[in-house]
Each structure stands twice: as C-alpha cells, then as structure tokens.
Ligand binder design. Structure first.
Ligand code: COA
Length: 218
C-alpha cells in the first residue's frame, strides 16, 4: 500500500471512530497514526529477519506515542488506537480488521505459554480503556471488552465481557443473567437430609402399625 493511500485510510478510520476530530489534518497528530506508520516499516523489517532494526523502530515509536506494538504482531486493516498511552501488543498477537483499542490496553501473554502466547482478536473487536487480554485464545468477532477487564479465556463472537476475571454479560445483544447471588435463602443439605429421614421414619411407623393390625387385629 502506498503512503498516500495509507494516509487516506487513516483519515477515514479516525474520522469514523473519533467524534473529537475537527479536521483531517489532525490525523497527523494522532498517536494511532504515528504508531501504524512505525509498525508498517518495523513489521516489514521483521518479516525479512532484520529483528534489531525492527525493534529499534518499534521502541522509537514507544518513546513518541506510548504505544508498543511488537514488530512481529499481525495486524489487519483499520486498526484504531484511541489516545494510545500504555498500549502493548505482543509479538504473536493477531488482530483482524477494524479493531479498536483504547489507552492502557495490553494484548499480552500469561507467562505460561510458549510459541503463540498472545491473543487473537476477530474483526470489529473493541477493547476498552485499561483492559488486559492475557493468553493465546481468541476474542470472537464483534465482541466488546469492558474498561478495566482482565480476560483470561476464549470469548465467543458478538459478546460483551466485563470484570476481573472477565465474564460474558451479553451475547448477540441479549443480557446473560448473573449466577444466583441470593445468600439469604441458601440451600441447606443437612436440613434436607433430616427432613428426608423424618419422612422415611413416618412411613415406616405407618407400615409397622399396618402390619401389627394385620397380624393381631384389635
Ligand atoms: C463494555 C462497554 C463497551 C459496554 O458494552 P455494552 O455491550 O453496551 O454493555 P452494557 O452497557 O449494556 O453493559 C452490560 C453490563 O455490564 C456492566 N458493565 C459495562 N461496562 C462495565 C465495566 N467496564 N466494568 C464492569 N461492568 C461493566 C453494565 O453495568 C451492565 O451490567 P448490568 O447488566 O448489571 O446492568 C462499556 O461499558 C465500556 O466499558 N466502555 C468503555 C469505553 C472506553 O474505554 N472509553 C474510554 C474513552 S477515553
């Protein structure tokens, strides 16, 4: 892709997703624009095994924008990183098309995996401010990850995930009811056993009385 069409695409992406932008020129000031410009070059160098140079460019980008994209990460079309500061995208992360990330997002490893260690994000995924997605699993397309969430396992498509650890609260725009949180009327297994024994005892007494009546009628 030529530099001109890259800039044109970036303008369209930012204008579509950031209501705060006032003119196309402002795109040149966006950390997301600078980060993608650096990533394009760094990724090309990484693919040609120029690892040192690739890292040098990506680290330069961190100093300028606060966004660290490992040159080995695979990024689709239309990524937008709003505000940027504190965003980390790991080496084996894979991002689909039209992904949106906010400041403070980590697409990282959990420290237990080798090889593919970072998440895969489907098309149109949105990861809100401060959210951490840790591990090599997939976040299904069109899913939203809530601000401050820590996601540690696979997320199906079209889901909203919130909390620590992250849990699916909506799927296909339908709310998923919480687990029963009633701590007043908790089940009492001992009382249940006692009631069961009482019932058995009552039935046995009735049977014995019936037998006595049968053997020796009054
Ligand atoms: C997750 C989010 C995208 C909303 O997605 P949504 O699919 O529209 O979900 P809803 O707003 O219907 O919320 C669903 C439930 O999750 C809860 N929830 C939403 N965001 C949450 C969060 N970050 N943490 C904890 N709970 C959250 C809601 O209170 C709601 O709970 P309820 O069912 O008990 O009422 C949004 O809340 C969010 O986190 N946005 C942050 C965007 C951002 O980073 N902005 C920074 C700009 S600088």
């Amino acid at each position: 892709m030529s530099l001109i069409s890259f800039v044109r695409d970036e303008i369209a992406i930012v204008r579509e997703r950031d209501p705060a932008i006032k003119s196309s020129m402002e795109v040149l000031l966006y950390p997301s624009f600078k980060a993608m410009l650096h990533y394009r070059t760094a990724h090309r160098l990484y693919c040609k095994k120029h690892y040192f140079l690739a890292r040098w460019i990506s680290q330069r980008c961190v100093r300028k924008t606060g966004i660290e994209i490992h040159p080995g990460a695979t990024i689709g079309k239309g990524l937008f990183i709003d505000h940027g500061a504190g965003v980390v995208i790991g080496e084996t992360a894979i991002l689909g098309d039209n992904v949106t990330l906010f400041q403070g997002v980590t697409l990282g490893g959990n420290g237990k995996e080798k090889g593919k260690r970072h998440p895969t994000l489907g098309d149109n995924v949105m990861v809100s401010a401060g959210a951490k997605i840790l591990g090599s699993f997939t976040i299904g397309e069109n899913s939203k990850i809530g601000a401050g969430s820590v996601v540690l396992q696979e997320v199906p498509p079209n889901s909203t995930v919130v909390g620590v650890p992250g849990r699916v609260v909506k799927r296909d725009n339908v709310k998923i009811p919480r687990m029963d949180m009633d701590q007043v009327t908790l089940p009492d297994p001992i009382l249940n056993d006692i009631n069961h024994l009482k019932q058995e005892n009552k039935e046995l007494k009735e049977e014995i009385a019936a037998l006595k009546e049968f053997i020796a009628p009054k």
